[in-house]
Design a protein around this ligand. Sequence first.
Ligand SMILES: Nc1ncnc2c1ncn2[C@@H]1O[C@H](COP(=O)(O)OP(=O)(O)OP(=O)(O)O)[C@@H](O)[C@H]1O
Length: 198
Amino acid sequence: MIHGVNLSLQFKEQCICKNFSFDVRVGESVCLSAPSGKGKTSILKMIMGIITPKGGEIFINDMGLNSQNILAIRDLFSWLPQNVNLPINSIDELIELLLLDLDDIRYFNSYLEELEISEEVKLHNFSELSGGEKQRIILAACISKQKPILLLDEPASSLDDHSIDLLFKLLNKLKNKTILSTSHNQKWIDNCDRILTL
Ligand SMILES: Nc1ncnc2c1ncn2[C@@H]1O[C@H](COP(=O)(O)OP(=O)(O)OP(=O)(O)O)[C@@H](O)[C@H]1O
């Protein structure tokens, strides 16, 4: 489903990857692993077509990523950037910002319940929420957009072990989703089907 072939990326003198090839198959949950600053986010940004590799190609569903099909390809993804700081005060504003439609909202509410976000917490101002509550809410919204591929950059940075278990219980029910994530959290990594080392 996501296929990188001989990818090379360099920022000035810094080599991020050279002839890096990988495959993420349909329905798999793969964690991209590397020490901090080695280029995990940069790989996700290449897959989203935000930065262009110096060499190599990316295929999504056998379609080569290029400037003509980039919007169609991006439409297959739900992307959770790292340390997202959203300009919102409430869950309603989150729904508006992410353009969730009625079906998405139905899923969103059921996922919030599965991730143990109570009705009371839902009424809090977003700035008052704990880091873990905020992350669970944003993840629920991200998953509720009915996209086949989830790109999750450090989704577990504020989650405790219990929340990670809840999240994987939910993700494991959504067998059709293909998930590529980055994480330094061992529990998250252990729950993924496979580790991809950069
Ligand atoms: N647009 C850019 N221009 C120049 N250097 C960049 C750019 N984007 C990232 N870098 C550098 O590339 C390296 C890899 O960054 P990246 O964010 O991909 O790492 P990471 O593996 O995701 O790190 P972390 O685990 O700390 O989030 C870093 O040294 C970063 O400073």
